[in-house]
Ligand binder design. Structure first.
Ligand code: C2E
Ligand code: MG
Ligand code: MG
Length: 586
């Protein structure tokens, strides 16, 4: 047998077989080794088992396994005397080659040892290559995961703020065709917090996932949808002109307004969108911030719509931010004071009370009426503080009149916003205001608008019950302009209905207004509730209101809101029975 040529050939084959990853590679190589020496039995075994074996019956195998430890060179089997050759493959496995015919020659043994060593090396190399490949693969997966982690939003799988900004930067840097622009649509879901509060966070998460899917299905493949935080999504799209961006925003709003199917419920959904179109030199952050500002402006005007950014918007918002800051410091510096407008008895013409109205003594802009700051106070969460400040100041000022008027204090009406009514601290604040001013609770009315009462009835209930124990009554302000709230008239300690100025306006020339006013007065009387007519400006209106049985009158005809000292003087005049308002005095 000429061993040298085929052994080299076999060696290269062995190595080649092991460089590819195949479950049969080892078996093939081993059988080729067996063929080379005309072996009848070929096996690889560990101390207690076979890795592979050919040429032995199931009954014969244990006998060979028993020899593994000793490495004996012969084994007596039913088929005859089996000559064995053992070669270690690694520290666990051994190769065994068997032949019945004759023992292996020295040359064959050398060859087999060489091949065993060859297999051993090859398996080692293969194992190392495999380990290396696995390590590389794991590293690659970890890298991809880290990138995903850093650039994707877990919940929706959409790109996050970082990736969106990077994407925007690439887009802005690349030259676009003259008729192409990059648009950013900033989308904020309306009332998302309520969904979380009412149905729990899993439902909120599901809403976000579904919204993400809806948005993704609406845009072109080249556009990008991402979630940048909470309920805020961003779409980066390429458009020809602004109108395209508006059309896309319209389509998104339409889709968002379809109810979402979450946990077996159809949840209402809607969103607000701000749009910014890139201009030369814009950077990603500015573009995103501009779209955000446009979205914010939509929210301020009632949500559920879209708007485009323009420079005046930034000025408006900066102006608002300035007012907010000034309001905060103004509240701290007691620049917001209570002024008072008189309320008169329709029968006697005397001043029976005052409504406290907030006035801001602005250090630069002078005296400001509520229209200039109430809405901003509400948006910025300062309204509770403002209400509390006016309440405290009003009680303090009018409570201070006690000595002057021999304890004959007028009634006091103070406006309370929806958020104050739901404020758990309200009754405590009212109690403090009464205690510190010595103003009697049964002379105090809190004015709330009809809509307030309807919307916040549940959270307001506890407050109202506590206020009742202090003798405080409610006045329903601007009655007739909101939803019908007759139900609450019975449920809560409502002492006064204030007919809105818009109805009083029509008295004398609008038949319908007269019917409404008459009906309200009749109904209130039957419920034992008093009626104040707001915005009385003419003697004719006064005359009709008196005829219809209205209890009290308030309006410019009798006095505009004025500061404390002016109001005290008016009250003094009234008490002295000298008020010249054309009403009969008793
Ligand atoms: P309101 O509570 O309905 O107050 C009556 C408003 O009508 C006052 O406006 C008053 O000046 C005005 N008014 C009274 N008589 C006449 C009249 O004959 N003709 C006309 N054209 N107007 C008349 P003001 O002071 O500007 O207050 C506006 C609103 O701001 C108030 O309406 C009230 O809703 C709110 N407000 C005022 N102060 C406070 C406050 O301390 N807290 C809260 N939450 N809201 C307040
Ligand atoms: Mg009022
Ligand atoms: Mg009113």
């Amino acid at each position: 047998m000429s061993s040298a040529p085929w052994s080299l050939h076999l060696l290269s084959e062995v190595l080649a077989a092991f460089t590819v990853e195949s479950p049969t590679a080892l078996r093939d190589v081993v059988s080729r080794v067996g063929e080379a020496v005309d072996a009848e039995v070929m096996a690889i075994l560990t101390a207690d088992d076979f890795v592979l074996c050919s040429g032995l019956t199931r009954q014969e195998k244990p006998a060979l396994l028993a020899m593994a430890a000793s490495g004996a060179s012969e084994l007596q089997l039913d088929g005859g005397q089996l000559h064995l050759f053992w070669a270690p493959l690694n520290d666990r496995e051994r190769l065994v080659v068997g032949r019945y015919r004759e023992a292996f020659s020295l040359e064959e043994r050398a060859l087999l040892r060489g091949m065993g060593r060859c297999i051993q090396l090859s398996t080692q190399v293969l194992a190392a290559v495999k380990a290396e490949q696995e390590a590389l693969k794991a590293e690659q997966i970890a890298k991809e995961e880290a990138i995903r982690e850093a650039t994707c939003d877990h919940l929706t799988g959409l790109p996050n703020r970082r990736l969106l900004l990077a994407h925007l930067a690439t887009r802005l840097a690349a030259p676009l065709a003259a008729d192409r622009h990059t648009a950013v649509l900033f989308i904020d879901l309306d009332r998302f917090k309520q969904i979380n509060d009412l149905y729990g966070h899993p439902a909120g998460d599901e809403v976000l996932r579904q919204v993400g899917q809806r948005l993704s299905s609406l845009v072109r493949g080249s556009d990008l949808v991402g979630r940048i935080s909470g309920d805020e999504f961003v779409v980066v799209a390429e458009v020809r002109e602004q109108a395209d961006a508006l059309t896309l925003a319209g389509r998104i709003l339409e889709q968002l307004q379809l109810p979402l199917e979450v946990q077996g419920r159809a949840l209402p959904s809607s969103g607000s969108i701000g749009i910014a179109i890139a201009e030369a030199g814009d950077d990603p952050e500015t573009l995103m911030a501009n779209a955000d500002l446009a979205m914010y402006s939509v929210k301020q005007q009632g949500s559920g719509r879209f708007a485009c950014f323009d420079a005046s918007l930034r000025e408006q918002l900066q102006e608002r931010a300035r007012i907010e800051e000034e309001l905060r410091s103004g509240l701290a510096a007691s620049e917001i004071r209570a002024w008072f407008q008189p309320i008169l008895s329709a029968v006697h013409g005397t001043v029976i009370g005052f409504e406290a109205l907030a006035r801001w003594h602005h250090p630069q802009r002078g005296l400001l009426a509520p229209a200039a700051f109430i809405a901003i106070a509400e948006e910025t969460g300062l309204l509770r503080e403002l209400d509390a400040a006016v309440l405290q100041d009003a009680c303090q000022q009018i409570g201070g009149w006690g000595d002057t008027f021999d304890g004959l204090l007028p009634r006091l009406s103070v406006n309370i916003s929806a958020t104050s009514l739901a404020d758990p601290l309200l009754s405590l604040r009212v109690r403090e205001a009464l205690t510190s001013s010595a103003f009697p609770g049964d002379q105090l009315f809190l004015e709330i608008t009809e809509t307030t009462l309807v919307e916040d009835v549940a959270s307001a209930f506890t407050n109202i019950a506590e206020l009742k124990t202090l003798g405080i009554r409610l006045a329903i302000d601007d009655f007739g302009t909101g939803y019908s709230s007759l139900r609450y008239l019975r449920r809560f300690p409502v002492g006064i209905l204030k007919i809105d100025r818009s109805f009083v306006d029509g008295l004398g020339h609008d038949q319908e207004d007269e019917v409404i006013v008459e009906t309200v007065i009749r109904m209130a009387r039957s419920l034992g509730v008093e009626v104040v007519a707001e915005g009385v400006e003419t003697l004719n209106q006064e005359e009709i209101l008196r005829r219809l049985g209205c209890h009290y009158l308030q309006g410019f005809l009798y006095g505009r809101p004025a500061d404390g000292p002016t109001s005290a003087a008016l009250y003094a005049t009234s008490l002295a029975g000298m008020l010249g308002v054309g009403l009969p005095t008793s």
